[in-house]
Design a protein around this ligand. Structure first.
Ligand SMILES: Nc1ncnc2c1ncn2[C@@H]1O[C@H](COP(=O)(O)OP(=O)(O)O)[C@@H](O)[C@H]1O
Ligand SMILES: [Mg+2]
Length: 411
């Protein structure tokens, strides 16, 4: 049987915790996948940034990218290796670059999801272009900001159309605040969005390939305390609906590593933020759920590389719009159709079967790893680099407790 070596590349910035855990798990797991006459073996490597020949052949089968959303040299390298060399990328740099929060809202409104009422308003500061004054005097309609706000109702949120990490997001209660925030927004293009008030649960899901974890999230808490370790906080139906919405977004945009924020109120799911294609993976915030995330990343990478799954560079939006545009289908029926479409995109059945056949020992390996000194070193270093000295001891035992609880729960 021939041997195929797959190199998994990590394109990283400042993160150290999950890459160490991922590389540690891959080393312990040391996958050996016999499939279709070949034995697939794996190695991982951190990618360095350097000049590249457009015709150079990359050594990687798959790349997990955490850098290209702000650093353009690696972004262009990613485009080259996907366009020319069929390297599998998480995530797709093409749709990631062109589709920000605004596009994600538009697409999901068309698909019938319950996106709160959202308007876009012209920037407070016009673009610095000598053609602007003439263009604006001829074509820009004067508007009254309060009138837009009245269509939505207070309180409302003002947030950047391409936002992330809560930058520039404000909750606005009246006309005075509206004007102040609008003046402050300067050149940033903003949305005004209806606020979902008095909600029951704020759910945040993390999707990695064909797996989705839905967690209870409190955005008002500090980072280490946002995800709650809580099971059964949603009805089974609502839980499944959130899984479907998360996968639908990802299948639609060809993102395979993304988080999705959905506010739940009176049994209804209102998605508000789901274009986060470099989702938070840190041990500090994921704590109890961290081992799940590391495992899911390893499983998806091994599955994609071994089976030769081809990365989909282009979107097939019509397939989704054909469902979204149907007036005879109720919301629930559309959700059911989206579930089918997204499970097909992610080859969910095939993935599960692959994991059962080839990676059934991964749970055990992960539990051993979490209980190992190597993992503990990583945990301690992460705490030490995150918290001030007087809080470190407390947080080391806090995280040891949560990770230990995870390992015990797997028994
Ligand atoms: N429509 C809304 N209703 C209620 N809360 C909201 C709404 N939009 C945003 N928020 C609050 O503001 C926070 C940041 O907004 P979000 O859209 O998630 O922006 P970012 O992309 O910066 O995370 C959310 O986590 C939530 O707490
Ligand atoms: Mg958010």
């Amino acid at each position: 049987m021939g041997e195929t070596k797959h190199l998994i590349g990590l394109l990283l910035g400042t993160e150290e915790d999950w890459p160490r855990a991922f590389q540690g798990l891959m080393q312990r797991l040391n996958p050996r996948i016999d499939l279709q006459g070949a034995t697939h073996r794996f190695d991982t490597e951190r990618i360095t940034i350097e000049p590249f020949d457009l015709r150079a052949r990359p050594r990687y089968s798959l790349v997990i990218d955490r850098l290209a959303h702000w650093y353009y040299v690696p972004r262009e390298w990613l485009k080259k290796v996907s366009l020319m060399n069929d390297v599998y990328l998480m995530n797709n740099p093409f749709t990631f670059q062109s589709m920000e929060k605004h596009s994600a809202y538009c697409a999901m409104v068309r698909l019938g999801l319950k996106i709160p009422e959202t308007w876009m308003i012209p920037t407070k500061q016009p673009p610095e272009n000598p053609r602007f004054p003439y263009t604006a005097s001829k074509y820009n309609r004067p508007f009254t900001l309060e009138n837009v706000a009245n269509q939505i109702g207070y309180p409302l949120y003002m947030k950047p159309f391409d936002g992330g990490a809560w930058v520039g997001v404000t909750r606005i209660r009246n006309d005075q605040e509206l004007h102040r925030r609008y003046d402050e927004s300067g050149e940033r293009l903003m949305h005004l969005q209806e606020s979902v008030e008095d909600f029951d649960v704020f759910a945040r899901s993390l999707s990695i390939g064909a797996e989705t974890m839905v967690m209870s999230y409190d955005p008002a808490e500090p980072l280490h305390n946002r995800y709650e370790v809580r099971h059964d906080f949603l009805s089974p139906e609502l839980g499944e609906e959130i899984v479907t919405i998360s996968r639908l977004v990802n299948a639609f945009f060809r993102w395979e590593f993304n988080s999705c924020e959905i506010i739940c109120k009176d049994g209804e799911a209102y998605p508000i933020d789901y274009a986060n294609a470099c989702p938070d993976m840190s041990l500090i915030s994921l704590h109890y759920y961290f081992p799940w995330a590391i495992k899911a990343l390893a499983k998806w990478a091994v599955f994609c590389a071994s089976t030769g799954r081809a990365m989909r560079l282009d979107q097939d939006v019509r397939e989704f719009f054909a469902v979204g545009d149907r007036e005879d289908l109720a919301y629930e029926d559309k959700i059911a159709e989206y579930r089918k479409l997204s499970e097909r995109y992610f080859s969910v059945g095939e993935y599960e079967e692959f994991c059962d056949t080839h990676l059934s020992h991964i749970d055990e390996v992960m539990v051993d790893f979490v209980r190992s000194p190597e993992f503990d070193d990583m945990l301690v270093e992460t705490v030490v680099t995150t918290f001030p000295a007087h809080e470190q001891a407390k947080f080391v035992s806090h995280y040891r407790g949560l990770l230990g609880a995870w390992a015990d729960d797997q028994a």
